[in-house]
Design a protein around this ligand. Structure first.
Ligand code: BGC
Length: 375
């Protein structure tokens, strides 16, 4: 198997990453609408989008991805289109049969967020043979996919690595030990997060222990962290790179179980509510906010445009290009991301309507919210 070539990012994606997220309106500007006047659509509004999501241990899928995709498909199809959603619970075999079921049921298009991007390639080929387009969602599935929508995942890792170094302070030294808690080895995103982070961390700190965490499960991260503590010594750990918020929760449990009261800086990703609250209280240093509406609504727009034969709109949504180990020059949309710290909670997740301030600043976090100016 040939190693994956790096993603080709658009200049705009990189530039926007250091500032705020793109406005949602800007994203919708290229979108398709149910009453598009484009010539000869292949299907009307009565369409079925199959949605395959990978797991439930991390909250984003049921809380954001699915409901946003469903309501966007409804909006684009005058409420006639439907989304059939199946979740694989981190089981690659289960996902393969879910994909087969969607092929048997002859859905019109499939959005696939793979548990195991390599193992699912046969299923993707079967869908293609059955004439059903497959759009890889968030994780780049192998096989003949029609397009890919995700975030700029290498940039996610860079942002995490850079922010961790900032948190460790100006005196950070190449002998300072950190632990790396990476994601699942079957998820190509995890490799990209890791590569992006290492591009920042290598040479600046000592990565004393590094783990690829099975199924991205918080409890596996907790067990790995307990082992790292044993081997490195709890007082020698100056920072923890955790690839997402769910695992950061597991890392923190392990550190507390080892008696730590002053936690070292810990990273995350996903802006999960628990993660944002830990940022407020200072237990977690940062997360990466990835605008779910931008990714999920764009996926819905691509799926509907594909089925309805709106090629111009489909092309305008997929201006980036990526290569997978099996396919080259895949049309893609890579959405930029932003580091989330105590400083920008209001301008990111609150401004985008992801959370109300009242959800974040519950009784337990009220004092912490006030002390960082959130009210
Ligand atoms: C996603 C992350 C998520 C992780 C675990 C990755 O592919 O991009 O947002 O935290 O999977 O589900």
């Amino acid at each position: 198997m040939r190693p994956m070539r790096p993603l080709r990012r658009t200049a705009t994606a990189v530039a926007a990453a250091s500032t705020m997220t793109l406005s949602l309106a800007a994203c919708g500007a290229l979108g398709v609408t149910g009453d598009s006047s484009e010539a000869s659509p292949t299907k009307g509004n009565d369409i079925t989008v199959g949605l395959l999501l990978p797991e439930t241990a991390n909250t984003r899928y049921d809380k954001f991805d699915y409901p946003i995709i469903r309501s966007k498909v409804q909006e684009l199809t005058d409420k006639q289109g439907q989304v059939v959603y199946l979740n694989a619970d981190a089981d690659a075999k289960k996902q393969a049969s879910q994909l087969q079921k969607m092929i048997d049921d002859q859905v019109d298009v499939i959005l696939l967020d793979a548990v195991d991007a390599h193992a699912i390639a046969d299923g993707v080929q079967k869908a293609k043979d059955a004439g059903i387009p497959v759009i890889a969602y968030d994780r780049l599935a192998e096989g003949p996919i029609d397009a890919y929508v995700s975030f700029d995942n290498e940039l996610v890792g860079e942002v995490q690595g850079r922010t961790l170094l900032e948190a460790m302070g100006p005196d950070v030294d190449s002998s300072d030990k950190i632990v790396m808690m990476n994601g699942s080895p079957t998820d190509p995103n995890a490799k990209q997060f890791k590569a992006g982070a290492l591009s920042e961390l290598n040479g600046s700190v000592d990565v004393a222990k590094s783990y690829d965490t099975k199924d991205w499960k918080p409890e596996n991260a907790q067990a790995n962290m307990a082992q790292a503590i044993k081997s490195i010594g709890v007082n020698n750990i100056k920072g923890v790179y955790s690839a997402n918020d769910g695992m950061a929760g597991g890392v923190i449990k392990a550190l507390k179980a080892a008696g730590v009261t002053e936690l070292p800086p810990i990273t995350g990703q996903d802006a999960e509510l628990d993660g944002v609250q830990r940022i407020v209280s200072g237990e977690q240093y940062m997360s990466v906010y990835k605008s779910y509406p931008q990714e999920a609504e764009s996926a819905a727009e691509m799926a509907v445009a594909k089925v309805q034969g709106h090629d111009i709109q489909f092309d305008s949504l997929t201006q980036d290009q990526v290569d997978s180990p099996t396919d080259q020059d895949i049309r893609a949309l890579l959405v930029p991301v932003v580091a989330l710290t105590q400083d920008n909670i209001e301008e990111t997740v609150v401004a985008d309507g992801i959370y109300q301030l009242s959800e974040i600043c519950t009784a337990k976090y009220k004092a912490d919210c006030t002390s960082i100016g959130l009210k």
